[in-house]
Design a protein around this ligand. Structure first.
Ligand code: SF4
Length: 80
C-alpha cells in the first residue's frame, strides 16, 4: 500500500470496508455481516454523533452538492 494519507479512524474503517467489498459502495450498503465490529461505522460516519444544522448550513451544503454534481455531470457551464 503506497498511499500515505493519514486517515481519521472513521475514514480508516470506511477504507477497510471499501477494501472488504471490492470498492463497491453498494456492497457496503448491503453488507450482510451485521455482527462485524465495523458494521455500524461502514458508511464513514459515527452513528453515535447526530449533527444538527442551521438553515444556512443546510442551504450551503445543498449549494455545494449541486455545484459538485453539476461539475461531475458536465452541466456546469464553466466547464463547457
Ligand atoms: S462491516 Fe461489512 S464491509 Fe465493513 S469490514 Fe465488516 S464485513 Fe467488511
Amino acid at each position: 500500500m503506497s498511499d500515505t494519507r493519514i486517515l481519521t479512524p472513521i475514514k480508516a474503517i470506511r477504507a477497510k470496508c471499501m477494501d472488504c467489498m471490492c470498492d463497491s459502495h453498494v456492497e457496503i450498503k448491503l453488507c450482510p455481516i451485521t455482527d462485524c465490529s465495523l458494521y455500524p461505522y461502514r458508511f464513514g460516519t459515527n452513528p453515535n454523533i447526530k449533527r444538527e444544522y442551521t438553515e444556512e448550513q443546510k442551504q450551503a451544503m445543498t449549494a455545494h452538492l449541486r455545484k459538485n454534481n453539476a461539475t461531475f455531470t458536465g452541466e456546469n457551464s464553466q466547464n463547457a
